[in-house]
Write a protein of this length. Structure first.
Length: 490
């Protein structure tokens, strides 16, 4: 017997930063294996200055400095270049990563620093790129009330606010599946207002999602220098004060706009360069505990910046001998424990009984249909495997079991689920639910009529993809080892 299930929004969703000027992208299979669970979204950070000299080379390479002076002291931001838009390379970065993220049941959160001199026609090209990626979140020119990014050196604050409004208008018309995030000034205790709230008021009203970036500690002199007690290139904040600032930002935005929109923190972490690795973990744990105790439920999500960092802003730090290798930090174990708590877990609602074949809808990591079946265990098993034969072998499937998630790529015939029991043993017999979801096989949404997705403007396909699950796979549970030679017994 199987029932349909619905994947829904948690008390507060967690997104994970994966790659930036401070570190390379880490593949989703590695992150899933380390965390045991998917995130709502994976945050990617790219830059787009298609009319600049040296484009599309990375800024730190084509404008190499003999003596580096800072991460942003280049003509354009030192993120990896966005290769769509004017270039039209939709199989290059970041699209290859965006597809991988969506195949594995997560939404894309794309940060894009953009030349504020881009025309409407040039922004439309970006909107056309993003149409097949479902419920994608787009953060444009973040921290725009600051002074450090290159776009701040090219335009006034009013011009940046106006450009953001232009991007919103374009996305809402040409890519309505895209929700646009404004990451601007936050609440100031001294004034009771947001930084530059008058200038960015219309932008706040246009945005789909409100956001701010707030670190608990940060060494902004990285990678040029080392944070020591003898210099002043870092800061460390009171976690309670940071929480108050973020919450009051949301409350102030509601007041000045007359609207109520989702509030996120698009970059949040403590910097081990400042506090050391143990206190970094303690600070983040305290912030996450404050969220869980707060009955107001004002924050819809935050992004942990980031999974692997060349400095000390990650769950792992990059091995200096090999950037394909990460060195786990104490914060990873803590964050994994919090990630698996019910407050941060997407609830799964059981619906009506179904018969096969069944058509399943994937809207995104907070709105998707799946099916569940019950599996029985007498005790902790020796083997727990799922076999995919015939039509199922080519399917793209995410499985949820006991709060842990497992991925089956097209072509994979067997997935071992025993890793759940490596950390969760059974004390007595139990019936448990095994759920199956079908995110888009190639990471893209497609129009049902098969026409070019860039030519079709409206329709359900922009926010939903569909797959038919012909049957349940075979489940192998062995309570005992296949063979056991007890030479250690008398």
């Amino acid at each position: 017997m199987a029932n349909k299930v619905l994947l829904k929004s948690p008390g507060c969703a967690l997104d994970m930063g994966d790659g930036s000027e401070r570190g390379l992208y880490v593949n989703q299979d590695y992150i899933l294996q380390k965390m045991g669970k998917i995130h709502r979204g994976i945050s990617l950070m790219y830059t787009y200055y298609p009319n600049d000299k040296g484009w599309p080379g990375r800024a730190s390479i084509v404008h190499k400095q003999e003596t580096p002076t800072g991460a942003w002291d280049y003509p354009y931001e030192d993120y990896f270049p966005y290769r769509g838009g004017k270039e039209g390379l939709r199989n290059d970065e970041p699209f290859c990563f965006m597809k991988e993220i969506r195949q594995r049941g997560q939404d894309v959160v794309l940060t894009l620093t953009m030349d504020p001199a881009l025309t409407k026609e040039e922004v439309i090209q970006v909107a056309q790129d993003l149409r097949p990626y479902g419920r994608i979140l787009l953060r444009v020119n973040h921290e725009c009330t600051g002074s450090w990014f290159c776009f701040n050196k090219r335009a006034s604050y009013q011009q940046l606010a106006d450009f953001f409004c232009l991007v919103c208008d374009v996305m809402h018309e040409y890519a309505p599946n895209v929700k646009v995030i404004l990451c601007a000034g936050m609440w100031q205790k001294e004034t009771g207002k947001l930084e530059m709230e008058e200038i960015f008021l219309e932008a706040h009203k246009k945005a789909d999602i409100w956001s701010g970036d707030q670190y608990l500690s940060l060494h902004w002199g990285w990678p040029v220098d080392v944070a020591t007690k003898e210099n002043s290139n870092y800061a460390c904040y009171d976690v309670d004060a940071v929480y108050e600032k973020a919450k009051n930002t949301y409350l102030r935005l509601k007041e000045i706009t007359g609207q109520d929109k989702p509030m996120v923190l698009s970059e949040l972490n403590g910097d081990g360069d400042v506090t050391g690795a143990f206190e970094q973990s303690n600070m983040m744990k305290h912030f996450m505990e404050l969220l869980q105790k707060d009955e107001d439920r004002w924050l819809s999500a935050f992004t942990l910046y980031q999974f692997r960092d060349d400095g000390r802003l990650g769950l792992e730090i990059t091995n200096p001998n090999n950037n394909d290798v990460g060195i786990e930090q104490p914060i990873l174990k803590m964050y994994k424990q919090e990630l698996h708590k019910s407050f941060f877990t997407h609830p799964i609602e059981t619906k009506e009984e179904v018969s096969f074949p069944v058509k399943l809808r994937w809207g995104g990591s907070e709105d998707a249909e799946g099916v569940e079946t019950t599996v029985h265990f007498d005790k902790t098993p020796s083997f727990f495997e799922v076999y995919f034969k015939d039509e199922l072998e080519d399917a793209n499937i995410m499985m949820e079991f006991g709060g842990y998630w497992f991925y089956k790529a097209p072509g994979v015939k067997c997935v071992d689920l025993m890793s759940y029991f490596f950390e969760n043993s059974l004390e007595k017999p139990a019936d448990m639910k095994l759920r199956f979801f079908c995110p888009p096989k190639d990471g893209l949404n497609h129009p049902e009529d098969g026409t070019d997705p860039y030519a079709t403007k409206d329709g359900d396909w922009l926010t939903n993809s569909y797959a038919v699950l012909p049957e349940l796979p075979e489940i192998r549970i062995e309570q005992e080892p296949v063979a056991l030679f007890k030479h250690y017994d008398d």
